[in-house]
Write a protein that binds this ligand. Structure first.
Ligand SMILES: [Zn+2]
Length: 424
């Protein structure tokens, strides 16, 4: 990182600390006397864990104590994904929301989407930030948002065709659902005017084989982006090199070993720790994101911000440790897409490894994993097993299930299924 960018980041961090250190009782203890002039001093600040925020919220409902202003000043609230009892409520002020809006506009800008584009939003507008941020970003750049909540795949495709949609924002798995429905119903015309698909919520768009399948079926470019309710939209796509860049104007990104919290060596996988420099209403400083990434060198276009050529590789809570190896669902997905399986999948493993920390602490775990795969050609099972053995050194059970049985309507499709609950 250039010294100048770090200087700007630390200056913004200083301004953030000045605004919230006294007013926000959650931050007061953490930031008291904090003077952050170097990266080392930044690392002396405590990490912020989602579990701490949740405990704080539970003890002081409804929002906890990570609040910098009078409640009247907050104009939005979104929740993090999870079960209802486990959702973190993240309120935002108008000012915070303007930054989120600009962050999504940056995603669209880097995807070549602008004024004159007609952007389909084929999802139910749930309580998570990403849906609303997408609309706000489309509005910010002066394009036309086409909200398609509350409709089935067929109705969405018909509307997309009628309005000559030029871009679509959805999860990669939903892009595949639309592909299958278009083929089944003869509605491929819906894709003719689409030049770009922006994916979110899952790693698929940064997996070359998965991206390739969607690009071929749609005749459109597929780009990735990632954000979270907690901190906002912290990445934008690299159209030249694929994968993602971290928006380092708005965020400080550290990558740490989730076991030791030590900064990882360049090129090693680690967990992103994010500091949202511009959010003051619900500030997050050194927030453990749970997102596993691998930092690349310079991207082909020479963009200066941190490049993540493989996007978000996985989540710490989706990590499976088998025979001492770390396996992320995205590695399994890459194999499925390569052999031409487009349907959904679930990785089933014993429930006792459901927490990443527990999994990492028990590297001798040798339970075999089972992958449920939606497919109609069981002949591909042995090919999938061969590739898993060659690529991942992993012996897996593959169970073919009927297409459609693994669909999930939540924004981030869960790829892991504890064995205990699988029969329910
Ligand atoms: Zn780039």
């Amino acid at each position: 990182m250039s010294g100048r960018r770090l200087d700007v980041q630390l200056e913004r961090l200083g301004q953030l600390i000045e605004r919230v250190a006294h007013a926000n009782s959650f931050q007061r203890e953490r930031l008291l006397h904090a003077s952050i002039e170097t990266r080392e001093q930044l690392r002396s600040l405590p990490l912020t864990l989602r579990s701490e925020l949740l405990t704080d919220q539970t003890s002081q409902p409804p929002f906890g104590t990570n609040i910098s202003y009078q409640l009247e000043r907050y104009t939005r609230v979104h929740v993090t994904s999870g079960t209802v009892g486990d959702q973190l409520r993240v309120p935002q002020t108008d000012e915070d929301w303007l930054h989120t809006r600009a962050q999504f506009a940056l995603v669209l800008h880097h995807a070549g989407i602008g004024s004159g584009d007609r952007v389909a939003l084929p999802f139910a507008f749930g309580p998570y930030l990403q849906f609303w941020a997408a609309v706000a970003g489309v509005e910010e750049i002066g394009a036309l948002p086409i909200p398609l909540g509350g409709l089935g795949a067929r109705e969405r495709l018909i509307t997309m065709a009628q309005l000559e949609t030029t871009a679509v924002i959805c999860t990669p798995s939903y892009a595949i659902v639309l592909t299958e429905e278009a083929q089944r119903s003869g509605l491929e015309a819906a894709f003719e005017s689409v030049h770009t698909v922006i994916c979110q919520g899952e790693p698929g768009a940064s997996i070359a084989a998965a991206r390739g399948r969607i690009e071929t079926a749609w005749g459109a470019r597929v780009l990735d982006h990632a954000g979270s309710t907690e901190v906002g939209v912290f990445t934008y796509p690299c159209a030249a090199g694929g994968g993602l860049h971290v928006n380092e104007d708005d965020f400080i990104c550290e990558v740490v070993d989730p076991r030791t919290d030590a900064e990882t060596a360049p090129g090693d996988q680690g967990e992103m720790v994010l500091t949202a420099l511009l959010r003051t209403g619900y500030p997050l400083i050194r927030f453990r994101s749970g997102d596993i990434v691998e930092v690349g060198g310079a991207c082909p276009a020479g963009h200066e911000h941190i490049w993540l050529p493989r996007g978000i590789v996985g989540r710490t809570d989706d990590l499976v440790v088998v025979n001492g190896m770390n396996i992320f669902p995205s590695a399994v997905e890459a194999i499925l897409r390569e052999v031409g399986v487009l349907g959904g999948y679930r990785i089933r493993r014993p429930d006792r490894t459901s927490q990443a920390a527990a999994a990492i602490l028990h590297p001798s775990d040798s339970d075999e994993i089972t992958v449920l795969v939606e497919m109609t050609e069981p002949a591909r099972v042995s090919r999938i097993q061969d590739l898993a053995r060659d690529r991942l050194g992993l012996s897996i059970n593959v169970v073919a299930v009927m297409p459609g049985t693994l669909r999930d309507t939540r924004p981030k499709t869960r790829r892991l299924q504890p064995a205990q609950r699988s029969g329910a």
